[in-house]
Design a protein around this ligand. Structure first.
Ligand SMILES: C[S@@+](CC[C@H](N)C(=O)[O-])C[C@H]1O[C@@H](n2cnc3c(N)ncnc32)[C@H](O)[C@@H]1O
Length: 255
């Protein structure tokens, strides 16, 4: 890891991309081998969806990263702009990944203290050590605590935070089938009057249920609104594919 530059991976797992690339190449290679014709055609046809997914994933890595469209950072900027706790207080980032969002918050609001939690499972390429190193390089380490914990059971007392953010994490939580329970757990640790900004694939009804189910999770908050990400910022068309951010919405408000 570089000591001078922070390292923020994109939301696309490189391992996953490599698996799709290998399968695509294997199928294409089989289609070119001197094997029975039906096997060659079959391999060629099966290769198509794998090639498509490999392309979408590679394109997304490019657009999310700083060498491409830098959209991951731009989306984090959007969340930072909406999560102002009057520039002070305690802020929690649920599923902090490589610390990119929480570090932006720390820099934007220098009088806040922040906590980033994540379970940093082996299937992700992020780690607590990387978060800490990134925060040190960015000069905000003394105001951020990184903790290993699950979003399903937050190790905090109720009404502890002035602001809570979460980006593309709730849908990933495997230890709670009902994702609304995870959202309610986040709201539990927010102070009355505290602000929240949650970005996730809330429009995917298979994961989050319909509008009524979502509304129930927020029935005890003072005010909240939902807005498709595509209405909040201009995104390349391919990133709006259902496989990427097509279902992304921002739910924000005040408890
Ligand atoms: C798509 S990444 C987003 C990371 C970060 N929020 C960002 O915007 O860069 C999803 C994150 O959710 C975390 N995650 C998955 N399940 C979790 C759980 N049960 N509790 C806490 N974090 C979890 C993963 O480790 C990963 O860091």
């Amino acid at each position: 890891m570089s000591k001078t530059k922070p390292k923020y991976q994109t939301w696309i797992r490189i391992n996953k991309l490599l698996i799709f690339l290998m399968i695509s190449l294997l199928l294409l290679f089989t289609a070119l081998l001197p094997v029975p014709l039906f096997l060659r055609i079959f391999s060629g046809v099966i290769a198509l969806p794998f090639l498509y997914i490999t392309f979408i994933l590679s394109y997304s890595v490019y657009q999310f990263s700083a060498i491409g469209g830098n959209y991951q950072s731009k989306i984090h900027d959007l969340i930072v702009a909406e999560s102002n706790t009057n520039g002070k207080g305690k802020i929690l980032d649920i599923g902090t990944g490589s610390g990119s969002l929480i570090i932006k918050l720390a820099k934007a609001y220098p009088h806040t203290v922040l906590t980033g939690i994540d379970y940093w499972g082996g299937n992700w390429e992020y780690s607590k050590a990387q978060c800490q190193q990134n925060a040190e390089i960015e000069g905000v380490a003394e105001r951020i605590i990184f903790l290993k914990a699950s979003a399903a059971e937050l190790p905090f007392k109720s009404r502890d935070f002035d602001g809570i953010v979460s980006c593309l994490t709730f849908h990933e939580v495997r230890d709670r089938q009902d994702k609304m329970e995870v959202i309610k757990e986040a709201l539990r640790v927010l102070k009355p009057g505290g602000v929240f900004v949650f970005l996730d694939l809330f429009n995917d009804k298979k994961i989050f249920g319909d509008e009524k189910v979502i509304a129930q999770a927020f029935e005890e908050v003072l005010e909240w609104k939902q807005s498709p990400l595509a209405e909040e910022m201009k995104l390349p068309k391919l990133l709006l594919s259902r496989k990427v951010l097509g279902n992304a919405m921002i739910l924000s408000g005040k408890k």
